[in-house]
Design a protein around this ligand. Structure first.
Ligand code: MG
Length: 164
């Protein structure tokens, strides 16, 4: 049985993951409007993955006999200065999500809630990958500043992403 505190943190995390999904969908829409279909595709896949992350927490709460409480999802930002600015935002956002996951893990450790710890191991690994992917794209985009064709080349590469 989940403690009230962990149940609250896990319910909040459903909201954080679904907000992430919404934020990346807004970024996808931004890229669509700029005719950068590769980045738009990457963001759409990212958005779908974040929805699934939220559902992992949703299922886990029920597996542990808890009750899911869905909360309002805030409207995401809709405009950015450049593709590099968008991916800076992705990196900052993922760093924030990592700290939220770490907070839940610290509570699960404190309470000796082993199933929550084991469930969170997947997310801890996932966050390493998320930060790594975002950092790589930010660094590539920074290298291309003022070189528009380079941005189009990276857009093409990013657009080849499949769903994991
Ligand atoms: Mg996530």
């Amino acid at each position: 049985m989940l403690s009230e505190k962990l149940l609250t943190l896990l319910n909040d995390q459903i909201n954080h993951e679904h907000y992430s999904s919404y934020l990346y969908l807004a970024m996808s829409a931004y890229f669509e409007a700029k005719n950068l279909g590769g980045f738009a595709h990457w963001m759409k896949v990212q958005s779908e993955e974040e929805y699934e992350h939220g559902m992992k927490f949703y299922e886990f709460i029920y597996d542990r006999g808890g009750v899911v409480t869905l909360q309002a999802i805030s409207a995401p930002q809709a405009e950015w200065a450049s593709p590099a600015d968008v991916f800076d935002h992705v990196l900052q956002h993922e760093q924030k999500v990592t700290s939220l996951i770490n907070t839940i893990y610290a509570e699960a450790l404190k309470e000796n809630d082993y199933p929550t710890q084991v469930m969170l191991h997947w997310f801890i690994n996932e966050q390493v990958e998320e930060e790594n992917n975002a950092t790589a794209i930010v660094e590539q985009l920074r290298m291309t500043e003022n070189h528009q064709w380079d941005i189009i080349h990276i857009d093409h590469q990013v657009g080849k992403r499949g769903k994991e």
